[in-house]
Ligand binder design. Structure first.
Ligand SMILES: CC(=O)N[C@H]1[C@@H](OP(=O)(O)OP(=O)(O)OC[C@H]2O[C@@H](n3ccc(=O)[nH]c3=O)[C@H](O)[C@@H]2O)O[C@H](CO)[C@@H](O)[C@@H]1O
Ligand SMILES: C=C(OP(=O)(O)O)C(=O)O
Length: 427
C-alpha cells in the first residue's frame, strides 16, 4: 500500500492548476444513461472514483472511451455511449466502494422503467441514509420495494409520471437523483427545498445541454418539464471548489502564495470569506484565485451548512489550518455525525482539539510535529497532508487510496510549488 511522505516547513509558492470537480463528475457521468446518444465529458479529473464510475457504466452496458490527452496534462475527455443498457442493476460490491453509485438509480429507472440498486449503507463519516432519494423518486411516480439490501424501483407503464416533492432537509445526492429521473418524465415536476450546490447547477446545465427543460437552476425550487427524449452533448466539468479550497488552505498553513489556476471564486464564497476572516489575502484574477498568507492566522468560528454555507467537505482542512492559528477556534459539523476522524490523528501531530458532540474547539499551538498518521476518509486525509506541510520534521500518511479518490496527482501538484512530498510504494 502507498504512503505519502512529507518533510514539512516549506513555504509553498507558484501556480497550481485546479482539476475538474469530483462531486460534479460523479453526477454528470450517470447522465449518460439517460440517452442513447454519446455524452462527452471534458475536464474529467483523473481520479479513482471516476474510474470506478466508468466501470459501473460498463457493467450497465455503456461503453466508455477516453480520448488521448498527454500524461502530463491534468484531466481528460471521456465519451460514454449508452445506446442500449444490458443491465438495470448496480450491485453491492460497487455501491459499497463508491457511494455516488446510488446516482444511477434515477437515470436507470427513467430510461428502462425499472432499476435495482444496492443500498449503500454507512461510511466512515456517518450514517448516510438514502430515504430522501427514495421519497423524492416516489413523489414523481416510482414504485419502490426494499428487500435483501437492495432497492427495486419501477415506473408504472415504463415511464415516470413527474410530480411535486418538498425536501424536509437539503440533500445534494437526492436532489441529483430526482432531477435526473424527472428530466424524461411524462409530466412536469416541482422540487422544493432542492440543494443549490454548484455541482447541482453543473448537473442541470448538462441536462439542459442534452435537451432537458429545467427552470430555477441555482435556486431552491427546480421546475422540470419532462421531455420525450434527451440527446447527446459535450459538456465540461466545473472546476473543483473543494480541491481549490484545500490548496488555498495549503497556502495559508505554509505562509505561502499560491495562484490557483482555473479556480472559480463565484462557487467558493463561504470558503474565501473564512480565509479572509483568518487573515489570508485572497484576490480574484482572470486566471483564478491568488491566496497569500503573510500574517499570522487568526481563529474562526465556523459551522458547516448546505450551500451557500460553509461546506462540510472543507471542515477537516480548515481544522488543520486553525490548529496553528493564534487563538481558539470553534467548528461545528452539522451535516455528518462522525466527520471528526482526523481529530485524533491531528492530535498525534501536536494539535490541541477537543470534540464535544458536533462541536470541536481548536486551540492554536505554535507548532505541529511530523508523525505517522492514518487517513480515514477523503477530506480527513487532506487535513493530514496540510498539517504535514506545516509540521516540523517528517509526516507519513498511510491509506493514501482515500486521497486518490478525490485529489488528482496531489504530490505532483504540491511538489511543483515547493513542497517536499513523495509517494512511497511498499509494493
Ligand atoms: C448538504 C451537504 O452538505 N451535502 C454534502 C453531502 O452530500 P451527500 O449527497 O452525500 O449527502 P446529502 O446532501 O444527501 O446529506 C445531507 C444530510 O441529509 C441527510 N440525508 C441525506 C439523504 C437521505 O436520503 N436522507 C438523509 O437523512 C444526511 O444524513 C445528511 O445529514 O456530502 C458530500 C460529500 O461529503 C458533500 O459534497 C455535500 O456537500
Ligand atoms: C465525502 C466525500 O465524497 P463521497 O460522498 O464520495 O464519499 C467528499 O467529497 O468529501
Amino acid at each position: 500500500m502507498d504512503r505519502i511522505l512529507i518533510r514539512g516547513g516549506q513555504r509553498l509558492a507558484g501556480r497550481l492548476p485546479i482539476s475538474g470537480a469530483k462531486n460534479a463528475a460523479l453526477t454528470l457521468l450517470p447522465c449518460a444513461l439517460l440517452t442513447d446518444e454519446p455524452l462527452t465529458l471534458r475536464n474529467l479529473p483523473r481520479l479513482a472514483d471516476v474510474d470506478s464510475f466508468g466501470h459501473l457504466l460498463n457493467q450497465l452496458g455503456a461503453s466508455t472511451q477516453i480520448e488521448g490527452s498527454r500524461p502530463e496534462e491534468f484531466g481528460r475527455v471521456m465519451t460514454i455511449r449508452a445506446g442500449r443498457l444490458t443491465s438495470t442493476e448496480a450491485p453491492y460490491d460497487i455501491v459499497r466502494k463508491m457511494r455516488a453509485s446510488i446516482l444511477v438509480l434515477g437515470p436507470i429507472l427513467a430510461r428502462q422503467g425499472e432499476a435495482r440498486v444496492s443500498l449503500p449503507g454507512g461510511c466512515a463519516i456517518g450514517n448516510r441514509p438514502i430515504d430522501l432519494h427514495l421519497k423524492a423518486l416516489e413523489a414523481i411516480g416510482a414504485e419502490l420495494e426494499t428487500a435483501a439490501g437492495y432497492v427495486k424501483a419501477s415506473a408504472p407503464g415504463g415511464r415516470l409520471s413527474g410530480g411535486r416533492y418538498r425536501f424536509p432537509v437539503v440533500s445534494v445526492g437526492a436532489t441529483e437523483n430526482v432531477v435526473m429521473a424527472a428530466a424524461t418524465a411524462r409530466g412536469s415536476s416541482r422540487i422544493e427545498n432542492a440543494a443549490r450546490e454548484p455541482e447541482i447547477v453543473d448537473l442541470c446545465r448538462c441536462l439542459v445541454a442534452m435537451g432537458a427543460k429545467i427552470d430555477g437552476i441555482g435556486t431552491e425550487t427546480l421546475e422540470i418539464e419532462g421531455v420525450d427524449r434527451l440527446h447527446g452533448a459535450t459538456y465540461a466539468v466545473m472546476p473543483d471548489r473543494i480541491e481549490a479550497g484545500s490548496y488555498a488552505c495549503a497556502a495559508a498553513i505554509t505562509g505561502g502564495d499560491l495562484d490557483l489556476i482555473g479556480a472559480a471564486a463565484e462557487d467558493m464564497g463561504a470558503t474565501l470569506q473564512a480565509l479572509r476572516e483568518a487573515g489570508v489575502t485572497v484576490t480574484e484574477h482572470g486566471e483564478g484565485i491568488r491566496v497569500t498568507a503573510d500574517a499570522p492566522l487568526g481563529p474562526l468560528t465556523l459551522s458547516t451548512a448546505p450551500y451557500p454555507g460553509f461546506a462540510t467537505d472543507m471542515q477537516a482542512q480548515f481544522m488543520a489550518m486553525l490548529a496553528l492559528a493564534d487563538g481558539a477556534s470553534m467548528l461545528t459539523e452539522t451535516i455528518f455525525e462522525n466527520r471528526y476522524m482526523h481529530v485524533p490523528e491531528l492530535g498525534r501531530m501536536g494539535a490541541d482539539i477537543q470534540v464535544s458532540g458536533r462541536t470541536a474547539v481548536v486551540r492554536g499551538v505554535p507548532k505541529l510535529t511530523g508523525a505517522q498518521v492514518m487517513a480515514t476518509d477523503l477530506r480527513a486525509s487532506m487535513s493530514l497532508i496540510l498539517a504535514g506541510l506545516a509540521a516540523d520534521g517528517e509526516t507519513q500518511v498511510s491509506r493514501v487510496y482515500h486521497l486518490d479518490r478525490g485529489y488528482e496527482r496531489l504530490e505532483e501538484k504540491l511538489s511543483a510549488v515547493g513542497a517536499d512530498i513523495e509517494r512511497v510504494s511498499d509494493g
